[in-house]
Write a protein that binds this ligand. Structure first.
Ligand code: ZN
Length: 212
């Protein structure tokens, strides 16, 4: 049975937001989507980019995966590259002007990598997927123990940094950046605090976006 929560939520959407934005939906259907911003986010249910950025339909192109990772450009091989395909769609087909890698606090994927937790980490996919952040882990120092939450935070930030570097391994993406047509950004959502930190491109430090 289809979850009642969804059918009820849909009805609320239909009578509320859809009614209010009906003309926008119709225009988007006729003219096609033209989002200027692409977000690479985590599957985490607490970190929905459309909610955090208060986005209207058609504004954000979002790809979400475990721990908001961008893999390195790897056109060969037999892997299925869902995130790379989404980047190709966003950057080459739609011509987005910004790509944002959105990390977050309390990331289960990052913790799985740090803890090598059974059974998830030894499952079919997560361990291999998260092994991509090994270079980020090498850059953040030692973990003092399971309660070393600062280590997890450092790893969350370092993995955003690594994803930004990996974005530049895509030749057609790099060409857009070098031509000044595409900007890359790192950001981090605090979940419990609601704080959004944005990476300063000059210093590489993440700084809090202040309120109104
Ligand atoms: Zn996460």
């Amino acid at each position: 049975m289809f979850p009642k929560r969804l059918s009820e939520g849909y009805r609320a959407f239909l009578g509320g937001r859809f009614m209010a934005e009906r003309s926008r939906y119709r225009m988007l259907a006729e003219a096609g989507q033209q989002p200027e911003i692409m977000v690479v986010g985590c599957v985490d249910s607490r970190v929905s980019p459309e909610v955090i950025f208060d986005a209207a339909p058609g504004e954000l192109l979002v790809v979400r995966n475990v721990a908001n990772l961008v893999p390195r450009y790897e056109p060969q091989g037999d892997s299925q590259h869902g995130t790379s395909a989404a980047l190709e769609f966003g950057v080459r087909a739609l011509g987005v002007k910004h790509v944002v890698v959105l990390g977050h606090a309390f990331c289960g994927g990052i913790r799985a990598f740090a803890d090598h937790h059974e059974p998830v980490y030894r499952g079919d996919f997560i361990g291999r997927w998260m092994s991509q952040i090994a270079p980020a882990a090498a850059s953040v120092g030692e973990r003092t123990g399971p309660e070393d939450t600062d280590y997890l935070h450092r790893l969350e930030f370092a993995s955003v940094e690594l994803s930004l570097q990996n974005l530049m391994t895509f030749p057609w993406l790099r060409a857009q950046v070098e031509a000044g047509k595409l900007a890359l950004h790192g950001a981090y959502f605090g979940v419990a605090t609601g704080h959004l930190l944005v990476r300063d491109p000059e210093s590489g430090r993440f700084e809090q976006v202040t309120g109104p």
